[in-house]
Design a protein around this ligand. Sequence first.
Ligand code: IMP
Ligand code: MG
Length: 214
Amino acid sequence: MAQNFNFPIDVRDGRYCETIDSVDLNWVRKRIEYILIPEDVIKKRIRFLAKQITDDYKDSDGLVIVTVLQGAQKFAAELAYLIDNEYVQFDSVRLSSYEGDQSTGETTVSMLFKNDVTGKDVLVVEDIVDTGRQMEGFLGSVRADLEPRSLRLVTLMDKPSRREAELTIDYCGFTIPNEFVVGYGLDFNEKYRNLPFVAVLKPVEYLGGSPKEK
Ligand code: IMP
Ligand code: MG
């Protein structure tokens, strides 16, 4: 079936799932249950997102792309280099709503903006929206405290089944099932960010631990 990469891709039906058998690395085969989104599919979708964003911001003379570290680093870099606009600036934040393995429910912004974003078009780049609580808090404080001209959110993945907050996602790469995913920048206890695809961990990985930093 030909896939139209122009629109968010719903992978909850497992349409791109691949087994891990073909991966050479032994440690990957031991830890990963299956590949949910292969690398070529992600890259294709990023190209379409970049086209859409370029088009939407074609009249902007001040676009600040704010990467949410660490998870969105790879996605943001690949996306940002495909956005065709003379006035793009890069910025980043590190957000945390976890202390140990307990959610504090509050989002701490631990890196301040380098650029003055007041009056600019701000595009926040996130890896995944789960409950949406973290982004709701962050976008709310950016809007209130920094008064950008516009504020939009692009996320590589959306897990809508777990949403608790009211949040508008302006651009979304993939809608995914309620699974804990790693790779393409996303981690489990800081591991597996370096996998070149999005994968579902083997359940045994969760025994005795839960994600510490979100
Ligand atoms: P939320 O506030 O529940 O939406 O949490 C969002 C953050 O939790 C994301 O930005 C990720 O850092 C982390 N997170 C949520 N789901 C996953 C997952 O499946 N894998 C890795 N990190 C995740
Ligand atoms: Mg995150």
